[in-house]
Design a protein around this ligand. Structure first.
Ligand SMILES: Nc1nc(=O)c2c([nH]1)NC[C@@H]1CN(c3ccc(C(=O)N[C@@H](CCC(=O)O)C(=O)O)cc3)CN21
Ligand SMILES: CC(C)C(=O)C(=O)O
Ligand SMILES: [Mg+2]
Length: 258
């Protein structure tokens, strides 16, 4: 049966851990969906991981729609969530409705994710929820603000910063978000937020006391030479692919294949 946003809230109450991974195209999305992951995120990390940009900022809505459509064709069971790219939702609630509406209409995804929980963003989330668009929040390290944050550093280290992240998470829940990603914050802060909220928290670099965990798929597969400090490598596709390609070259050059 397909995963729903209501199912996630039930799982939090039952203490059943939620799993989420990213996908940007058909083949990987098919494998992840069939392996039984609960949520597939077409993350704007696509910009860095799939398109070779330095940050997530250059990604356009058109590029995101193109990739999300490919992922949608693969997904049967997982809940499909799509990141709204930088500056496709921050201008106004109207801009957010227009962009998120296009995502749901044109890709068939079930929900969008956006970054930030300050007052204006909570207001935007509530505008989206009012028109029937499910929203996942994202607080802590918000990569679309990398230039303001001064790098991909852990957030919420001081009491003031921690209080602010907690209040953003509460504001997002009150605005009607169905779940919240907590990125790169201390584990005790993530535990506190998880305990205070009735909606599920999904952590990335936020310790074990969340209602679920998310990582970037190419990081767990070891596809890229670099991973963030909190990622875990469950495979080494970089070496697997290098070996396969090298063998192919050698066999062709030596007349052994075909
Ligand atoms: N492949 C990939 N995986 C990710 O998890 C990911 C992306 N890309 N791109 C978008 C953001 C960026 N993320 C990152 C990137 C780097 C660090 C990192 O290296 N942090 C170090 C150094 C921070 C610094 O001082 O600049 C740390 O110790 O916190 C953390 C999260 C997480 N997201
Ligand atoms: C890492 C997750 C949470 C994300 O936002 C992304 O992949 O863009
Ligand atoms: Mg993202």
């Amino acid at each position: 049966m397909a995963v729903t946003t209501q199912q996630l809230i039930d799982w939090k109450q039952q203490g059943h851990q939620i799993t989420m991974l990213t996908a940007y195209e058909y083949a990987i999305a098919k494998i992840i969906d069939q392996a039984g992951i609960d949520i597939i995120l077409v993350g704007d990390s696509l910009a860095m991981v799939g398109l070779g940009y330095e940050t997530t900022l250059p990604l356009t809505l058109e590029e995101m729609l193109h990739h999300a459509k490919a992922v949608r064709r693969a997904v049967v069971r997982s809940l499909l969530v799509v990141d709204l790219p930088f500056l496709t939702y921050q201008e106004s609630p109207q801009q957010a409705i227009h962009s998120a509406g296009r995502v749901l209409k044109e890709t068939g995804a079930s929900a969008v994710k956006l970054e930030g929980g300050y007052d204006e963003m909570a207001n935007t989330v509530s505008a989206l929820v009012k028109v029937g668009i499910p929203v996942m929040g994202h607080v802590g390290l918000t990569p679309q603000s990398v230039h303001q944050l001064g790098g991909y550093r852990q957030q919420g280290k001081t009491t003031v910063a921690a209080e602010r992240i907690l209040s953003e998470a509460i504001a997002l829940q009150q605005a009607g978000a169905f779940a919240i990603v907590l990125e790169h914050i201390p584990k005790d802060l993530a535990a506190e937020i998880t305990q205070q909220l009735t909606i599920p928290t999904i952590g990335i670099g936020a310790g074990p006391y969340c209602d679920g965990q998310v990582l970037v798929t190419s990081d767990i597969l070891g596809l890229t030479p670099w991973q963030p400090p909190f990622a875990k490598k469950y495979a080494n596709l970089h070496d697997t692919i290098t070996n396969a390609v090298t063998q192919f070259c050698t066999e062709v050059q030596q007349g052994k294949f075909p």
